[in-house]
Design a protein around this ligand. Structure first.
Ligand code: EPU
Length: 343
């Protein structure tokens, strides 16, 4: 383990914006992590744990220590005829874990295919897509208290999960280093096709829905059609959360905007922020969707995704986000909340 100074983070965030860390360290084992907790550079500085860098916007340099999580490994903890428990180290790439599961015929995370980022970041923002949520398969989270060095297990009931929320984004932010995640998956077919765009795609393309690998491939294809690949256009997926409202608010909104899309799920009634953003725009009366402002922009196929067309700074992207928030607020009275973490 080597602590580096003034480290360039441009390649470690999928927005590809320039930023430097005062200190930087890469962690490849739990032993290294425990050693890190005693070092002065760690004890005396602000800390930031970085996984895939796919949910972060650096608006300035980080005046503290960045810990790059490279803890690797996935194992089967136990299994019976119906289910299997797998444990994956937090520095693994999320989609690699999905492939581990679907290639063995395990059900539960195939709808979460191709979500960028690491295994450790998944419970922090409680990833969800195409009608599935991590919390539905999560068994436990192993995490080190960065102050005491003690290891704690968080079960599914005590990490305060919500829509793109968890205890690790709030009161325990930067207080715990997630080292591993355990999931319980099903060996018995459990397809989840309640999300409309997925069920339509599956039907149209005659996908074999008895095989999680085929569903995983379908999800990856749908994502490719709508979402930009960060390797081609720098971005961090959905930039904002969707808006959640109750029935009486929905009734009022539908009187004014009869076409407003809305989806009910366990978190409430969701209004797609992508739609709201598409209906708004800068002062020239055009839509934000596909709009470019300097080197930053709104993706042409999905208005919820902000992109770096090349050479944008984090501040430029943050300014565009600010303009979007204010125009959506003026038109609809909804305050968009970023899903991406601002640094
Ligand atoms: N829509 C528009 N215009 C747009 C984009 C979307 O009108 O430019 C409307 C359409 O009505 C569409 C609806 O929004 O039917 C929903 O769009 P989509 O299926 O793409 O889902 P989303 O609500 O925009 C959420 C997640 C995504 C996840 C998808 C699929 C959030 C913040 N985002 O997006 O997650 O992949 O559902 O389940 O909840 C991410 O978190 O980075 C992410 C990509």
């Amino acid at each position: 383990m080597k602590i580096l100074k003034n480290y360039d983070l441009t390649k470690l965030n999928t927005f590809g914006v320039p930023a430097r860390a005062k200190y930087f360290v890469e962690i490849v084992s739990e032993q290294e992590l425990e050693g890190l907790f005693g070092l002065p550079e760690f004890l005396e500085n602000k800390k930031m744990i970085l996984g895939g860098g796919s949910n972060v916007l650096f608006t300035k340099d980080f005046d503290g220590i960045v810990i790059l999580n490279k803890l690797k490994g996935t194992e089967i903890l136990s299994e019976d005829s119906e289910s299997v428990t797998i444990r994956s180290m937090s520095g693994e790439i999320w989609h690699e874990l999905v492939l581990f599961a679907v290639n063995r015929g395990y059900w539960g995370i195939e709808n979460l295919s191709s979500i960028p980022g690491s295994v450790g970041a998944a419970p922090v923002q409680n990833i969800g897509a195409y009608g599935a949520d991590l919390k539905d398969v999560l068994l436990h989270i192993e995490a080190f208290d960065v102050n005491s060095g003690e290891k704690k297990i968080f079960t599914n009931d005590n990490y305060k999960k919500g829509y793109r929320e968890s205890i690790f984004k709030n009161e325990f932010k930067e207080k715990y280093f997630i080292s591993a995640v355990a999931l319980r998956l099903s060996k018995v077919a459990k397809k989840n096709l309640k999300y409309r765009s997925l069920s339509e795609y599956v039907e149209k393309n005659k996908i074999d829905v008895g095989n999680p690998l085929e569903i995983s491939k379908a999800v990856t294809e749908i994502r490719k059609e709508k979402l930009p690949d960060p390797k081609v256009i720098s971005n961090a997926g959905s930039f904002f959360k969707n808006i959640i409202i109750n029935q009486s608010k929905l009734d009022k909104m539908l009187k004014i905007y009869p076409n407003m899309p809305h989806f009910k799920d366990e978190f409430g009634i969701k209004i797609p922020s992508g739609w709201l953003i598409e209906q708004c725009g800068p002062a020239d009366g055009t839509s934000w969707k596909g709009k470019r402002v300097g080197n930053a922009g709104v993706y042409e196929n999905h208005a919820l995704v902000l992109v770096n067309h090349g050479g944008a700074t984090g501040q430029e992207i943050a300014n565009l986000a600010e303009q979007i928030i204010s125009s959506v607020y003026q038109k609809f009275g909804f305050k968009l909340v970023p899903e991406v973490n601002f640094i």
